[in-house]
Design a protein around this ligand. Structure first.
Ligand SMILES: Cc1ncc(COP(=O)(O)O)c(C=O)c1O
Length: 394
């Protein structure tokens, strides 16, 4: 069964009128035991966070990533929040994060009471630059957050060395990177503690959902405790700490378990599509593609292109419209953290230059990247881009 994600659904008539068929930026594959396991939850009456699928999903996903403990939660933002709290991040603490990331990376630091400090992107990999991180380290730096942008693993050896020298933890925001590999180990197993998202556009999904992974039993226990409103082990209903209701429902975990059973297949589909895009687009003038990290294997969660500003005498908006008119949905890249009014109001230092992050934010477009994307669809998208770049042929 192939189901369009809710946020991708557009007006059907308009889509049908546009010939050939439109291609959404992402679609979700629910092709395994999802229905069977959800039916099982309903038949058994276990639809809350109690029920066997939560623990089964935690075990399966943690095993697949090669990590000892998994703590399933409501979403990836909550997973990041719990991970930072487990590390003791609090008021007065700085956490270095990429400037070019999704806002949740920064907000999670704010929820913990800490201050996000931004480091510019690497021009090749679009991930945080270790040199930029090193320049932002102070005595208040409590942790470094590596975000594997679009499924491309960060320079984890360099980031690990920086964290080790400062004797601070390294956190992975692996929300976009299920199955990405660095030096033979999967994302989630590359740091002290990691957070994943299972939102519907991710490589593996539970609709909404997230998970913390860590090899540390102590950190996992802290996350479990806070996930469940800091309920004491004995049912005294006396709470020593402020907790959160970040529990994942059994039905979501049932979907997650079915998805993880197919994780190798879905990973292979994304990688195959990412490589097809690269093969077709690498010769197109004026387009930048996300570069790989030595030792890294991207899982190509999203395939983005970065246009050279003013290229072809036309704008990114012109390319976006050209693709849209031909039935291809795209999205603009994130805006950098230093441009975020909310973070400025919160008190983050948004001064300073982030030229690489700005270049990405102002010139980037995501192309359709769902696991089930067909070879013909990718060929059509690449042809449209090449036609735009070189009208009349390359
Ligand atoms: C890099 C990054 N971090 C965190 C998140 C937050 O995940 P969620 O939407 O599940 O809260 C996302 C979501 O897409 C993300 O892309």
């Amino acid at each position: 069964m192939r189901t369009r994600a809710r946020f991708m659904i557009r007006d059907r008539e308009a889509a049908d009128a546009a010939q050939p068929a439109s291609i959404p930026v992402c679609s979700v594959l629910l092709a395994g035991n999802e229905r069977k396991y959800v039916d099982d939850c309903i038949d058994a009456g276990w639809i809350s966070s109690s029920g066997r699928y939560v623990a089964a999903f935690e075990r399966k996903f943690a095993d697949w990533c090669g990590v000892r403990h998994g703590v399933a939660v409501t979403n990836g933002t909550a997973a990041l929040h719990l991970a930072l709290l487990a590390l003791g991040v609090g008021p007065g603490d700085e956490v270095i994060i990429p400037d070019f990331t999704m806002i949740a990376s920064a907000f999670a630091v704010c929820y913990a009471g800490g201050k996000p400090v931004f480091a510019d992107a690497d021009p090749l990999t679009w991930n945080v630059s270790p040199t930029a991180v090193a320049a932002k380290m102070t005595s208040r730096t409590k942790a470094i957050m590596a975000v594997h942008i679009f499924g491309n693993p960060c320079a984890m050896a360099d980031l690990r060395r920086l964290a080790g020298e400062a004797e601070i933890p390294l956190v992975e925001d692996a929300a976009e990177a299920h199955g990405a590999v660095f030096s033979g180990r999967k994302a989630g197993a590359l740091s002290d503690i990691a957070a994943f998202s299972f939102f519907a556009n991710k490589n593996l999904t539970t609709g909404e959902g997230g998970m913390v992974l860590t090899d540390s039993g102590e950190l996992a226990e802290r996350c479990r405790y806070r996930r469940n409103l800091c309920f004491p082990a004995a049912r005294t209903y006396l709470h020593d700490d402020i907790g959160f209701n970040y529990r994942m429902a059994n039905i979501q975990a049932a979907i997650g378990l079915a998805q993880t059973e197919k994780a190798d297949l879905y990973r292979a589909m994304r990688v195959r599509n990412g490589l097809r895009y690269r093969e077709s687009l690498s010769g197109v003038p004026g387009l930048g593609l996300q570069g790989g990290q030595p030792g890294g294997e991207s899982v190509f969660w999203m395939n983005g292109i970065r246009l050279e500003p003013g290229i072809y005498g036309r704008s990114r908006e012109a390319l976006r419209r050209h693709l849209e008119e031909n039935g291809v949905e795209t999205r603009l890249f994130f805006n950098g953290m230093h441009r975020q009014p909310a973070l400025r109001k919160y008190g983050c230092d948004c001064s300073g230059a982030y030229p690489e992050s700005d270049r990405l934010a102002d010139n980037g477009l995501y192309l359709p990247s769902g696991s089930g994307l067909g070879e013909g669809e990718i060929a059509r998208i690449c042809r449209l881009i090449a036609d735009f770049a070189c009208p009349g042929g390359r």
